[in-house]
Structure formats: structure tokens, C-alpha cells
Write a protein that binds this ligand. Structure first.
Ligand code: MRU
Length: 342
């Protein structure tokens, strides 16, 4: 399926994290695309639960949601130290969560009241959207006109304040007529690619084809894609990148087939305190997530499963890391240090 290079304004209509002044409204991403149900979180515990249960997911979006959780706690006079600890423990891999909470903590330490914390959370959300739009331009400029791309997981408006990281580059690349074919991997077991990325792309008028995760190497061999474009949950100081499980094998297959590999993430995903990907904690989720599909058991009773939900693509397999601060080609510790300091 080839996209006619008709520029549309910005292919971006979804906003899944909505602050309502006294509650946080979240589009329940577990139910998409079948049902668009909104959940109102009225306190920080509900926000923590929503992050843990994947009501809200995607590295930037969980950081933003957590910041709003701190605002709710401040409005309700809760112990902010306890709330920061609770929110921080919601999920381990995406550093945007810790980054957003550290930013809120610094404002609390400086004496911010609930209104000031509300302004800080809004700034975190607004800055993320601006970063995504800028990264979209930077990333799209790397792609030769007429290219095909493959993406993994969901990195779009659902996963961020809007527009998306890798999906933002795809939006910009399509609008600029550079990207002519889009493929999205299913992303087992939660199917973020099948359920969420396809939902965004169809809704925003970007033709795309879904592939089984296991079809990726075959697709690359066919010559239909020139770039794999993914987001990130944590980028270590040497450029090693943790992202949704399956990213590592895509990076290996891309290298083998001469397909370029782009990581797109805001600087809030960069963790210069973590030297290499070896040090990144990989979230292990309930094996039951693998033993059933859409709530229906698909594996024989008595079977066991191992369910790591992220992996690490080593920097040497990455062609370019795109952040709002600029593009790092052939990332390594020296290039990362030059752009992000220590
Ligand atoms: O488990 P998830 O759905 O939160 O994982 C999301 C991803 O791995 C995304 O690729 C990553 O967070 C980047 S989102 C802009």
C-alpha cells in the first residue's frame, strides 16, 4: 500500500491525558480500539494504579500523568514525599517517570504550592508536545523521499502529550511526502502496535499495514522499508536504548539487511546517570499476559511463561538518535556526552 504524498496539516487528533482542574482524565488504552472509555483519576493512588495497569502507557505519557498525580496530592494536602515514592514505583523502565517526578520534587523543595505545581505539570506536558513536533521535523529530514518505514509498539499521541516521538517522525515524514509506506508490528503481548498505532494511523488518515512481529525480517529482506523508527523508554549514557520488547531483534535484523534504525525520544528519556544498557532495569510483567489473548486463555493449563516487556538495542545497531536537542548519528558515549553533558 503506497501513500499518495498529499501533505495534510499534521495528522494528529488524539489527546489521551487530559487535566480537568481537580482530576486527571485518561483514555483507557487497554480497551482501544474497541471502546473509547475515559477514566477519571481523583487522587495520586488512582494515577499510580492507572500507570501500573497500562490505562496510560508510553514513557512520556506516564511521566506527564505522574506529574498530575503530584498535583492532585498537593491539592488534597497529602504527604508529597510518600506520593513521590508511590508514583516512582509504578513502573521501573521508562525514566521519564522518574524525570517528571524529580522535576516536581525540585519545585516542592523550592516551596511550590498546589497552584505552582499545577503550572509545572502543565509545562511538562506542553514541553513534551513541542519537543515531539520538533523531533518530527528533525527525523523526517533524515528520510529520503519515497521511503518505507517500519515502527514498533505505540509511540504516538497516546504515548505522549500529543503527536508522538517515532510516530511524530512518521506523521511529519508522510506530510512532507518523504514516507510512502508505513508498516507497524503487532507488538505482542499487549498489541500496542495492532491496537493503538493502527488506531491512531487510521483515525488520522495515514495508510499503514499491520504485520505480525515475526514478519519483520522478511519485510526488511523484501526491500520495502528503508528505516525502522522506534521510540525509547530509557537511553543510557552510551546510547544503548531500552524500548518495547522486540526492539532489539528489529535492530539486529535491520543491521543485517542494511535498513537504517532511528530512535526518537525527548531528552527526558535520556538517562546520563546510567552508563550502559546493562544497568537498565527491565520490567517483568505477569506471565498471565502471555497465556491469554483479549481475556481468553489461549495456552494449555499448566504452561508457564516469561514476560519481559522491554529490551535493549545496543548503540552500535542505531543509525541515529533524534531528540529535540538535535540528532546524534552513530551514537556513542562521546556523542551523547557532547549533547547531554554528564
Ligand atoms: O509498555 P508500554 O506500552 O508503556 O511501552 C511503550 C514503549 O515501549 C514505547 O515504545 C516507548 O515508551 C516510547 S513512547 C513515545
Amino acid at each position: 500500500m503506497t501513500i499518495s504524498p498529499t501533505p495534510t496539516r499534521d495528522h494528529d487528533t488524539v489527546r489521551a491525558v487530559q487535566w480537568q482542574g481537580d482530576r486527571l482524565r485518561l483514555l483507557d488504552q487497554r480497551l482501544l480500539p474497541g471502546e473509547e472509555r475515559w477514566i477519571d483519576c481523583r487522587d495520586a493512588a488512582a494515577v499510580t494504579q492507572a500507570i501500573r495497569d497500562l490505562v496510560v502507557r508510553g514513557a512520556p505519557a506516564i511521566g506527564i500523568a505522574a506529574a498530575w498525580g503530584v498535583v492532585l496530592a498537593a491539592q488534597q494536602g497529602q504527604s508529597l514525599d510518600d506520593v513521590l515514592v508511590m508514583l516512582r514505583a509504578a513502573r521501573p523502565t521508562a525514566v521519564n517517570l522518574m524525570w517528571a517526578l524529580d522535576r516536581m520534587k525540585a519545585r516542592i523543595a523550592a516551596g511550590a504550592d498546589a497552584a505552582a505545581l499545577e503550572r509545572e505539570a502543565q509545562a511538562i506536558q506542553d514541553e513534551d508536545l513541542a519537543a515531539n513536533r520538533h523531533m518530527g521535523e528533525l527525523g523526517a529530514a533524515l528520510i529520503a523521499p519515497g521511503s518505507g518505514v517500519l515502527t514498533h509498539c505505540n509511540t504516538g499521541s497516546l504515548a505522549t502529550a500529543g503527536y508522538g516521538t517515532a510516530l511524530g517522525v512518521i506523521r511529519a515524514g508522510v506530510a512532507a511526502g518523504r514516507i510512502h509506506r508505513v508498516y507497524a508490528g503487532e507488538t505482542r503481548p499487549w498489541q500496542q502496535g495492532a491496537r493503538l498505532t493502527m488506531y491512531e494511523l487510521v483515525r488520522d488518515g495515514i495508510p499503514a499495514q499491520l504485520i505480525a512481529d515475526s514478519a519483520a525480517a522478511h519485510l526488511m529482506k523484501s526491500g520495502a522499508v528503508q528505516w525502522v523508527i522506534v521510540g525509547a523508554d530509557r537511553i543510557a549514557a552510551n546510547g544503548d536504548t531500552a524500548n518495547k520488547i522486540g526492539t532489539y531483534q528489529l535492530a539486529i535484523a535491520a543491521k543485517y539487511h542494511g535498513v537504517k534504525f532511528m530512535v526518537v525520544a525527548p531528552s527526558s528519556t535520556v538517562d546520563m546517570a546510567t552508563a550502559t544498557g546493562e544497568e537498565i532495569e527491565i520490567e517483568l510483567r505477569d506471565p498471565a499476559e502471555l497465556l491469554a489473548t483479549a481475556g481468553r486463555r489461549t495456552v494449555v493449563d499448566g504452561a508457564q511463561a516469561w514476560n519481559p516487556v522491554f529490551d535493549v538495542a545496543p548503540a552500535e545497531l542505531i543509525t541515529a538518535i533524534v531528540t529535540e536537542r538535535g540528532v546524534i548519528e552513530r551514537p556513542d558515549a562521546i556523542a551523547m556526552q557532547a549533547m547531554f553533558g554528564s
